[in-house]
Design a protein around this ligand. Structure first.
Ligand SMILES: Cc1cc2nc3c(=O)[nH]c(=O)nc-3n(C[C@H](O)[C@H](O)[C@H](O)COP(=O)(O)OP(=O)(O)OC[C@H]3O[C@@H](n4cnc5c(N)ncnc54)[C@H](O)[C@@H]3O)c2cc1C
Length: 471
């Protein structure tokens, strides 16, 4: 049975709810006839697909004088990109050791140099989005500030200073030795409590962070691509690609009742849904990207945490969720998958290999409902209309080796893929698609982009040995 159309109605996120006006692109190209061919066909209109389209359609880029067609099975930003927590934040240095831990121990299996490069790539992504939002004048609620990473257990609190020293020592041995490290560690519990407004805090790290309205973000980038004067760009929503076959030097995409379109170069920006396009794959690609059920919620703070008393950092709390502020609508909280498992709220099989975003779960609702009241000092009572007012789900893509898969698909000339960001795509994708567009132009891997993102037969085979990792 074909995967598309989905037999259920997805939940609606806060971001999708608040981007419905005439400047949104809902149903764009829904009824328009599909062209028979295009130079570039991008499948998927999440942040990967639309930011790639944006970069491809700039003057002088690979798409200059060419046709660029974007297809989505549903609407723009209908996947993870329109349903996430809105956090645009590079990973904490606490996470680096997981990147260089061996695959067999659940890590990313990277060298130290590779892990550090990936870390700076994410920091650059935040800087780049900030510049891009300013340069293009995008009205997407972009916020730039800092994140508190709060530790509440004595073990983690004691570990953070040590991890920071290890991180600095690791960087000193790499080509990034001269770069400024924008992190501070606060390991005085009284100071940590005061800063975080959390009485359980024993230590915290302060590092770079950002956020934006992700649905307005992807819509704005798509609008810029469609308005390009140097490329001919078009978008067709509600146009699922059911399968693809080789066609001359390109690929023919079967879009069911919407007919067939042939692309000279075809880029799959299909993230968690990629495996449905590779039903017979034996290379390991299909199994490498694991659809994963995730949830987020919006909390309206009471007056005790509004106005001059509002939180002014994003957060990631040990055994808690991550959290951002919206300019006018309160907080968005996203639970980490491993935290839900540790707290016994979800089992692994409720989360991994799941692609139904039409439901939310009661355990997560209850936890998000009480989280702020329980953790933030003096939060107080919530009136009707305050507290958790909305809760939704989305499907993100884990990859077996904890790294995204980017670039040409082995043994498929003219077929490209970018997917598998492990619930962290906002932190890297826009920078990545800038490099991806350069690759499409030159035919060469852009050396600025971490080389370990590339999809190689060796990488797929290596990860396949750990195919049970998320089962
Ligand atoms: C609840 C939740 C919270 C998250 N929070 C954060 C966060 O705070 N920070 C962060 O960095 N990351 C977060 N993420 C992850 C982040 O949202 C993703 O990494 C990112 O959005 C991936 O973008 P994408 O464009 O690759 O995928 P998607 O946005 O999923 O886009 C893929 C698109 O492809 C389309 N598609 C798929 N198959 C086909 C087909 N066959 N034919 C046509 N179209 C197709 C889909 O309809 C979809 O629109 C979160 C994810 C979720 C679900």
């Amino acid at each position: 049975m074909p995967f598309w159309p989905q037999p259920y109605e997805s939940t609606t996120s806060h971001w999708q709810q608040t981007n419905r006006g005439p400047t949104s692109l809902w149903n764009h190209g829904h009824d328009a006839p599909l062209p028979k061919e295009a130079d570039y066909v991008i499948v998927g209109a999440g942040v990967t697909g639309v930011s790639l389209a944006y970069h491809l359609t700039r003057p002088g880029a690979a798409g200059e004088g060419k046709s660029v067609v974007i297809l989505d099975a549903k609407d723009v930003g209908s996947g993870a990109s329109g349903r996430n927590g809105g956090h645009v934040s590079p990973r904490s240095f606490m996470y680096l050791s997981e990147l260089w831990a061996p695959l067999e121990h659940g890590g990313g299996g990277l060298s130290m140099e590779q892990a550090v490069q990936a870390w700076f790539f994410e920091l650059d992504n935040l800087n780049y989005i900030e510049r891009l939002v300013k340069a293009e004048g995008l009205d997407v609620d972009f916020w730039r500030g800092e994140r508190y990473e709060v530790f509440t257990s004595p073990e983690k609190a004691a570990h953070t200073r040590r991890a920071y020293e290890e991180f600095k020592a690791a960087i000193a041995k790499t080509q990034y030795a001269d770069r400024h490290l924008p992190w501070t560690v606060v390991d005085d519990p009284a100071k940590a409590k005061e800063l975080s407004r959390n009485d359980r805090a024993l230590a915290l790290n302060i590092g770079p962070a950002g956020s934006w309205h992700p649905h307005r973000g992807v819509t704005a980038l798509l609008r810029l691509a469609l308005a390009s004067k140097s490329s001919e760009c078009s978008f067709f929503s509600w146009c699922p690609v059911q399968s693809f076959t080789r066609d001359g030097e390109g690929w023919a995409l079967d879009c069911g009742p919407r007919s067939v379109i042939c692309g000279r170069e075809v880029i799959l920006a299909t993230n968690a849904y990629t495996r449905h396009l590779f039903p017979d794959d034996t290379s390991g690609l299909k199994d490498h990207i694991v659809p994963t059920f995730a949830q987020a919620g919006r909390v309206v703070p009471p007056a005790s945490y509004a106005g001059a008393c509002a939180l002014d950092h994003t957060y990631a709390v040990e055994l808690g969720p991550y959290l951002i502020q919206t300019p006018h609508s309160g907080l968005v909280l996203g639970p980490y998958i491993d935290v839900l498992e540790k707290r016994g709220i979800h089992t692994r099989d409720q989360v991994f290999y799941q692609d139904d975003d039409s439901k939310v779960t009661e355990g997560v609702r209850q936890w998000l409902q009480s989280y702020c009241k329980d953790d933030f000092t003096g939060w107080g009572d919530e009136a009707q209309g305050e507290g958790l007012v909305h809760h939704w789900s989305g499907i993100l893509a884990m990859s077996l080796d904890a790294q995204p898969l980017v670039g040409p698909v082995p043994d498929h000339p003219g077929l490209w893929l970018a997917a598998g960001y492990n619930g962290h795509g906002m932190a890297m994708i826009v920078n990545m698609t800038r490099s991806f567009a350069r690759h499409l132009q030159t035919g060469q891997w852009d050396s600025y982009m971490p080389a370990h993102y590339a999809i190689t037969p060796e990488r797929l085979a290596r990860a396949q040995k750990h195919a049970d990792k998320l089962k």
